[in-house]
Design a protein around this ligand. Structure first.
Ligand SMILES: CC(C)(COP(=O)(O)OP(=O)(O)OC[C@H]1O[C@@H](n2cnc3c(N)ncnc32)[C@H](O)[C@@H]1OP(=O)(O)O)[C@@H](O)C(=O)NCCC(=O)NCCS
Length: 172
């Protein structure tokens, strides 16, 4: 069942004891805040604001990301970032853990994989690969990423400086 909806809110936010922290889809009004967070991390919004999920503490957005379902059992994480002042406190791990647990709930127009197994791929910027490894991703060939993401860095002039690392999380 596809639980994704504009105002979907998980019943019990996991991974911490602060009950003011929730993980929801972003709303249109969050666009500027999200854009500021992603551009500070060298990225940008990946589509409409409402396609992203955000971890909030009350009214403040602490972290966000956008998943895309490429196939029933294959998701791709297009962008993921934690607000600058919030890094290094376990916030990224908390949001990532939730996304990896039930990616279809945090992805617009997604369906739950029927077989119970799935993969999430992403292209990490070099320095963030260590974070992904701490979140149980492993390095993989870029060809494992769904198109067009398998070749997204090929013609990028910043590729050498960025040091992209293709990564995959597998739920078996
Ligand atoms: C990378 C990022 C998402 C990590 O979020 P965070 O909230 O700071 O990470 P956490 O505090 O949850 O750290 C979880 C673990 O990853 C490790 N980690 C996080 N960032 C790391 C880094 N840059 N280098 C090495 N290890 C890192 C932490 O030490 C921690 O390890 P532990 O299991 O030993 O405790 C965040 O720093 C960020 O937004 N960076 C800029 C954007 C970016 O690079 N996004 C990734 C998409 S390419």
């Amino acid at each position: 069942m596809n639980l994704a909806s504009k105002y979907y809110r998980p019943k019990s936010p996991r991974g911490g004891c602060d009950l003011d922290r929730t993980i929801t889809f972003a709303e249109p009004a969050d666009e500027e805040t999200l854009r500021t967070m992603f551009t500070a991390a060298g990225m940008d919004l990946a589509g409409e604001a409402e396609e992203h999920v955000v971890l909030r503490d009350g009214a403040n957005i602490l972290a966000g990301g956008r998943l895309y379902q490429a196939d029933e059992d294959l998701f791709h994480l297009l962008v993921f970032a934690v607000a600058q002042g919030e890094r290094g406190r376990g916030t990224g791990r908390r949001l990532m853990r939730e996304l990896c647990e039930r990616p279809w709930e945090y992805c617009r127009d997604a369906v739950e994989p029927t077989g119970g197994t799935f993969r999430i791929t992403t292209m990490a910027k070099g320095e963030s690969a260590a974070f992904y490894k701490r979140c149980d991703y492993r390095e993989c060939e870029a060809s494992l990423l769904p198109p067009p993401f398998d070749s997204q860095c090929e013609d990028c002039p910043d590729c050498e400086q960025c040091g992209p690392v293709a990564m995959v999380y597998s739920r078996t």
